[in-house]
Structure formats: C-alpha cells, structure tokens
Design a protein around this ligand. Sequence first.
Ligand code: PHE
Length: 446
Amino acid sequence: MKPIKEKFGGRLAVIWAMAGSAIGLGNIWRFPYLVGQNGGAAFILIYMAAVVVLALPIFLAESVIGRRSGCDTFGAMNKLAPGSKWKWLGLLTVITPMILLSYYSVVGGWSVEYFFKACCFSFDGNTQGLFARFISSTWAPIITHTLFIAATAAIILLGVKKGIELFTKITMPLLLVLILFLAVYSVLLPGAGKGVEYLVKPDFSKVTADVVATAMGQAFFSLSLGVGTILTYASYVSKKENLMISAGGTAFFDLLFALLAGMVVMPAVFAAGIRPGEGPGLVFDTLPYIFGQMHSVAGGIVALLFFLAILVAALTSSISLLEVGVAFLVQRRHGLTRQKATILLAILTWLAGILCSLSFGPLAHVTILGKTFFDLFDSLCSNWLMPLGGLLFTLFAGWKMSKADVRDELTNGGSCNRTIFGVAYFLIRYVAPVGIVVVFLTNLFL
Ligand code: PHE
C-alpha cells in the first residue's frame, strides 16, 4: 500500500473541507423541502436530536478509522482488520459514493442551469413549468450534468491540498456570508413572519414514525455519513488535530447552514403565499418565481447569489464523493496515478448520471422495481447503502477495534477529551447502531 503523503494543513482546513463535504444540496435543496413536507419546526427538532445521538457518533467512528489507518476505505479495513470480511465494507463504501455522485451531479447540473439563468436575469414572474420543462428535456440537463462533473474532476485533479483544501477554504467562508445575507433578506420580506413562525413553532401532532425516519435519513445524508467520505478525509488529518472538535465543528456548521437555508426558503415561500409542502421542486420551482415576482434588479441579484450558493455548496460535496474512489484507486499497490483515477471515475459516474438525467424525460417510462433510475439510485443510497455503511462503521469502531485504540484516537493519546470520551464511546457502541437498525426497520415496513 502506498503511504498517503498529503495532509490537510491545520484545524480550520480540516473543518472547512469536512464542512464542505457535509454542506451541500442536502442542506439547501433537500432540507427545506423536507421541513415543508414534514411539518416544520417539529421536524427540525427531531432532526437536531438525530444529528447529536446518531450522526455524530458515526462521524466519530469514521474519523477514528480513517485517521488510525491513514488509508482509503478499503485499505483501512485491510490494515485494521487484515484478512477479514471487513474488506467488503471497504469495497461497499467505494461503490456507494459513485452511485450517489451519479445522481447528485444531475441535481448539481440543475444548479448550474439555474445559476446561468440567474446570470442572464431571466427569471420573470412567469416561471410556471420552467423547471418541469428543463428537467424533462434531453440535452440541456445532460450538458449541465457534464459541466458539473467536469468541474468536480478538475478540482480533484489538483490534489488534496491545492484542490480540495484550497477550494473549500476559499468558498466555505464565502458561502457562509452569502447564506447569512440571503436569510436576512428573506426574513425582511413583507409577509415573511408566517414562514419564520413555521420554522420555530413546533406542532408535534404531525410527527409519525415516518417523519422520524426521514429526519434520521436526512442527518446521514447531510453529514456525508456511511459512504466513506469522512473516513477518507480523516485519513488526511494529522495526528495533532482533535477529532472531536472537527466532528463537532462540522456538525455545527452543517446544522447552521440547514437552518439558515430554511430561513432563506420558508419566509420567501410564505411571503409569496405558496404552500411549503411542494416537494423537490420547492427551491428550483418556487424561488425563481418569487424572485421573478419582485421585478427588480434586487430580485435578480438575490436569485443569482442564491443559485451561486447552491452551486458552490454542491461542488464542495461532490469533490468529497469523487475523492473516495480516487483515493482507493491511487492507494492500491499497483495503483493508478491521480490523473488516471480521476478521469476514469469521472467518466463512469458521468455515464451513470446520464441515465439518471434522462429518467425525467425520455427514460421516464423505464422503471426497475417501480422506480426510475434516478429514484432507484436515490432510494438505494439514502434508504439502504448509507445506513448500512454507517451501521458497519460504528460496529467496526465500537466492537472490532480495541477500546484502547479508539480512545487513543479520540483523546490524542490521553491529552484531550478525556471526560467526554466515555459518552462518545457509549454512543458509538450502542446508541448509534440501535438507532440505525430502527431506521432500517422503518424503511422496510413503512
Ligand atoms: N452531505 C452532502 C449534502 O448535504 C451530500 C453527501 C453525502 C456528500 C455523502 C458526500 C457524501 O449535500
């Protein structure tokens, strides 16, 4: 196995890169529409609980495995549990991010399109059906999907420090400023108060088992868990860094972004008198309409900033997905060069993504198990492969690795976090695995 030479340069770089992976379409596109579909503030509270008791322990488990081994997912399993069946977990978590990237990049492509549209100030009050027409056409979404994958590959080609670290270090603080500005703008719109109320006044009568399972699934997706991304990034973290701080910092920023995205979308939706339960089209369909209604330069600029934010957030996540497979191919004994590995995987995910893109148009009638390619890939990843990966990572860190090794990683040889280690270990060993099994059972029977 070739040793990893590149490391992230310092605590902030680690947090920006990990937060860059976590903060993405899951926060700005998915979270607001899930909040809208699942009853507002009550969903948000359950989601927050899921982040703390379920997602954070998995995050720590992946961090421990990644930094302890210093390897890609497959290499990590071979190093920490040589000759065992755990290598299949390593392989699973090389494949899952590729499947995920293939449809994630299609939605990334939609944000490219909307960003270009916003650059041309082409949203007027008459945006009805625009989104449906765009995604169901053949070529336009394939072209934007291609652009998105190409941009992802270009950043990965530059390497861990000059690509991932530099890109996330520049864009993440910018994103924070953008989203803060947009949230303030949206909250100040006339009639926005109802939207804010919707986000802060919980109504628990709408909470069902399905809502709880959706919140848990979203916590997984949003924190990039169960697909080896955090493990791979943690392998680039130096021994000096405090893994609990990088995990806590990432979870904090990820939650902050989700809440701020909610603050951007919901007040605007309510101000325009639109119902929040619109579903996946909420951001792409409703917001351009709202911005267009403003009929002003300000509306146009806000639209531009909003779609820029989505695009950048999506890119900092997609690079982390591609990096998992690239790290795997590069670190094998006769591994490929970074260039070859990146190009090969980018082409494979691009091809699979074309199927996903066409499943809104010419291939809409082609279904497997009643699902189009896009829906199949999405439900396979979100409902099954990510929870499975997360479960196995916690079992690996909690039961396969020795407690002394886990303590050593989480406390940096006993020099920090000594008092909270016990709680973290308990969550990794018992609480998170049980929580994930509950998600599985709910997905199976509901
Ligand atoms: N967390 C990313 C988002 O919220 C998606 C993602 C999942 C990225 C898994 C990497 C790994 O959009």
